[in-house]
Ligand binder design. Structure first.
Ligand code: AMP
Length: 544
């Protein structure tokens, strides 16, 4: 299925209508520049500039460019080519970067799993994407990925190669995937460059096809709005597999301007502050709970943070009181970011008044972003009222990958993406995120898909019925609470967590709390009344 547009060729994707695509090209949003060219151009302009810092390892642009070319040849030698999907499950290591660009140059498509994902998510992603290869670290945060890779290779028939960064055991070391650098034809810029994971949908993660044209725009325009230049030292604290540190402007935006990307092995303030001081970091991106931690830590960690110019915060709503502390505590400018891997990005700008920076989540990146705010009837709400945000534009997808049926409800017939976010727009054009209607709990930027967790909880013998709801939390914004109607003796929280872990669910999806109830409140239509339930369990929490 390619929708009415032939501009996206990977089967299972929906393209933009041809007239719209023509307009995005004519207006200069889509420049025909593939992602691989961002690195190539920087390597030509500033070959000796440090592109990447990973612990004690430092790489110039010439180094990374050459490594990407060689790896592309090695992957080619394994039979990996244009349109092939490669499931990438790497933390913030230099190999992520070379692999990303090697695949971009081949026209192969990375599927970017998050480091926290485990068997449930990985098997789903491998199957859904039809991945031909799975790339892992050997052991990361105590978890042996080679073991998981065995399961994936045995269970998903499309997976022909397991490539390992580090000690590969019986698998193939990524370092052995090598070949002479050579010129290759550029991939079609209107074709899919990367499959990102959705944090904003119900059920299992969906795959978001982003094209070379749209994702290059995403990174380059974001770099401009955030004020990056060749002097930028960007610290990647969040996992670079996520859209925010990857391309908003993140890693790709920094490469586009020939700056330096510093990869943080962990997000804790002591490690990160050490890197800020040592590498003279100018920009970084955090989710709100981490930002709060940094604000506190700035008081007791003795580190020189004077190089920091911009702190981006996004992924979940930042409290205005915390926003106001950023400048005084860290000595840098705050930029609020409200975005989604499906596309639309909103940023506060350097010249916005302080109250706009503290109280809003920014305004759209592109003049061509089309936003609507609608009520339950899909009619526009009055200007300034809260409504569900619908969006289409030059870097917002028209459909998820291989999700024909789901796309019918996730997009309007005229191509708007239904964000599931409740948002209002100020007269200045800035947006304020007020809540959501989608069944996802935003646990400090990590998205917990309610239905996925509930379905797994229902497979526990002591669970008769269950609803997972979000309850307010000071640092995370909200936490998860599993409301369980038991079958016989009620399960304990520990038993449920063990059950979910055994099923291979990522740790951040484990319920933070458990409430055992006789029954779940229902609406008149018989659906679980989640709002009421959340209120009930939140009240119980504060009283008891
Ligand atoms: P993801 O694709 O994982 O970045 O998740 C996107 C979703 O995160 C959005 O649809 C929002 O629900 C939420 N989100 C992202 N940034 C913000 C923000 N600054 N304030 C409130 N919610 C946000």
């Amino acid at each position: 299925m390619t929708g009415d547009g032939e501009n996206v060729k990977l089967a299972g994707c929906v393209g933009w209508p041809e007239d719209v695509a023509r307009r995005y090209r004519a207006e200069g949003y889509w420049t025909g520049r593939p992602l691989g060219a961002l690195l190539r151009d920087a390597a030509r302009r500033v070959p000796e500039q440090t592109a990447l810092v990973d612990g004690a390892r430092r790489f110039t642009y010439a180094d990374v460019d050459d490594a990407a070319d060689r790896l592309a040849s090695g992957l080619d030698g394994l039979g990996i080519g244009p349109g092939d999907r490669v499931l990438v499950h790497l933390p913030n290591v230099a190999e992520f970067v070379t692999l990303f660009f090697a695949l971009a140059r081949l026209g192969a498509v990375p599927v970017l799993a998050l480091p926290a994902h485990r068997e449930t998510e990985i098997l789903h992603l491998a199957e859904l994407s039809g991945a031909v290869a799975y790339v892992v670290p050997d052991v990361h945060t105590g978890f042996d990925h080679r073991e998981l890779a065995r399961t994936v290779a045995a269970r998903v028939s499309s997976v022909r190669h397991v490539l390992v960064v580090g000690d590969a055991q019986e698998h193939t070391p990524l370092s052995a995937v090598d070949g002479p650098a050579r010129e290759r034809p550029d991939p079609d810029p209107s074709d899919v460059a990367v499959l990102l994971l959705s944090g904003g949908t119900t059920g299992l993660p969906k795959l978001i096809p982003r094209t070379h044209d749209d994702y290059t725009y995403n990174a380059v325009a974001s770099a401009e709005v955030t004020g990056l230049d060749a002097g930028t030292h960007y610290l990647a604290v969040l996992p670079v597999a996520h859209n925010f540190p990857l391309a908003c402007p993140g890693l790709l935006g920094t490469v586009a301007v020939g700056g330096t990307v510093v990869l943080a092995p962990s997000a804790d303030p002591e490690t990160a502050f050490g890197l800020v001081a040592a590498e003279r970091v100018t920009v970084t991106a955090l989710v709100p709970p981490l930002a709060l931690l940094w604000l506190e830590a700035a008081e007791w960690v003795d580190a020189d943070l004077s190089s920091l110019e911009v702190l981006q915060v996004g992924g979940a709503r930042l409290k205005a009181s915390a926003a106001e502390q950023v400048g005084p505590a860290l000595g840098c400018r705050l930029q609020q970011v409200f975005g989604m891997a499906e596309g639309l990005l909103n940023y506060t700008r350097a010249d916005d008044p302080p109250e706009i920076v503290a109280d809003t989540q920014g305004r759209p990146l592109a003049p061509a972003d089309e936003l609507r705010f609608v009520g339950p009837d899909d009619e526009d709400v009055a200007p300034g009222e809260v409504g569900e945000l619908l969006v289409r534009g030059p870097y917002t997808i028209r459909g998820y990958y291989r999700a024909e049926e789901y796309n019918r409800s996730a997009f309007t017939p005229d191509g708007y993406y239904r964000s599931g976010d409740l948002v209002r727009r100020l007269p200045s054009g800035h947006l304020v995120v007020e809540g959501r209607i989608k069944d996802v709990i935003n646990r400090g930027g990590e998205k917990v898909p309610v239905e996925e967790v509930e379905n797994l909880l229902l497979t526990h013998p002591a669970v008769h019925d269950v609803a997972l709801v979000g309850i307010p939390d000071e640092s995370l914004g909200e936490r998860t609470c599993a409301c369980v109607v038991p079958h016989g003796d009620p399960p304990t929280q520990r038993e449920l967590a063990a059950h979910l872990r055994a099923a291979g669910l990522a740790a951040f999806k484990m319920p933070d709390r458990l409430r055992v109830l006789d029954d779940l409140p229902r609406t008149t239509l018989g659906k679980i009344n989640r709002k009421l339930l959340a209120e009930q369990v939140s009240v119980v929490r504060t009283v008891g």
